[in-house]
Design a protein around this ligand. Structure first.
Ligand code: GDP
Ligand code: ZN
Length: 298
């Protein structure tokens, strides 16, 4: 039988199968076989040990399409990042960091703004324009009033999506909306594990419809920039590419050089000032990180 690992705790793996059952599995022999550790998101071949108690053993990990590092999960097709329009207002610097992190891992992003029901100043539309102009899929929803949920479901359909956002933006509420109507039969989760469950927050895949999964990840309040040189940062602002051709200097950082095409586009309102200002902040941060590194004598 084939299935997908939705959760892994202390050597146990939970495998969701076509019949909408979740088997509690060990992975005896798999590691020895091909040296791979099973990951959440892996498609696997399993042997059913006890159909009554829904117990099984993972026999083989099927080839991976992709593997994310943060969070560590296999076969993710896309990321959905959620911010709220108000309460709290979006931290755009954090949003840009998230987009960079996903782009580094070559995962396309959907940018979703929640709480449209209390967006009295109608700020949401402007946010969609800013990120839409950078080439991201964007949408505005309200978990509370069930607005935009059908559109969101369409974007997720048939795919595995990692869902992230700072806490308080309504991520759990949205996931609840998406999950409505899904009933799963779950294997007898051993009591020990059940009790230990709340000590650590694990990423877990949730089946929302056939072949459609979402990965609920813990809320974040900060994100570091890893494996990135300041010279590379511009490449993570896709909307710069067109205007960079007008920069006088090759390798222009778009910070202090004269005759900079990107800065001109910002002045002309063709590139969002908000995005450009975040670029400058992140550039500065990467520059200083480099300095710290050199001071450390390495
Ligand atoms: P999480 O921390 O991102 O998982 O956010 P929650 O789902 O726990 O929601 C945080 C708060 O925002 C709760 O008080 C929710 O009732 C509220 N909330 C969530 N979605 C909406 C929404 O669409 N509109 C409004 N007005 N409030 C919402
Ligand atoms: Zn420039």
């Amino acid at each position: 039988m084939q299935g997908k690992i939705t959760k892994g705790i202390a050597g146990f793996y939970y495998v969701h199968t076509e019949g909408n059952c979740v088997y509690e599995c060990k992975a005896k022999g798999v590691f020895r076989l091909d040296g791979k550790k099973p990951l959440v998101g892996d498609n696997v071949e399993l042997d059913v040990l006890d159909q009554e108690k829904l117990l099984g053993n993972i026999r083989e990990i099927l080839p991976r399409k992709s593997q994310l590092i943060r969070p560590e999960v296999a076969n993710v097709d896309q990321a959905l990042v959620i911010f709220s329009i108000v309460k709290p207002r979006p931290n755009f610097n954090l949003l840009d960091r998230f987009l960079i992190m996903m782009q580094q891992q070559e995962i396309p992003c959907i940018v979703c703004f929640n709480k449209s029901d209390i967006d009295e100043e109608e700020a949401g539309r402007g946010y969609l324009d800013i990120y839409g102009a950078c080439g991201y899929r964007t949408l505005m929803v309200s978990a509370r009033q069930n607005l935009g949920i059908e559109q969101l479901k369409e974007l997720l359909s048939g795919k595995t999506t990692t869902v992230a956002g700072p806490s308080g933006v309504g991520k759990s509420s949205l996931i609840n909306c998406l999950q409505s109507g899904v009933v799963m039969e779950t294997g007898s989760i051993s009591e020990k594990i059940q009790r230990g469950k709340h000590t650590t927050r694990h990423s877990e895949l949730i089946a929302v419809e056939k072949n459609t999964y979402i990965l609920d990840t813990p809320g974040f309040s900060s994100l570091g920039l890893f494996g990135l040189e300041k010279e590379e940062l511009g490449a993570y602002y896709p909307e710069f590419a067109f205007y960079e051709q007008d920069c006088r200097f090759r390798g222009c950082s778009h910070i202090s050089e004269p005759a900079c095409g990107v800065k001109k586009a910002v002045e002309a309102g063709r590139i969002s000032r908000l995005r450009y200002e975040n670029y400058c902040l992140l550039y500065e941060e990467l520059k200083n990180k480099k300095k710290d590194y050199q001071h450390a004598g390495r």
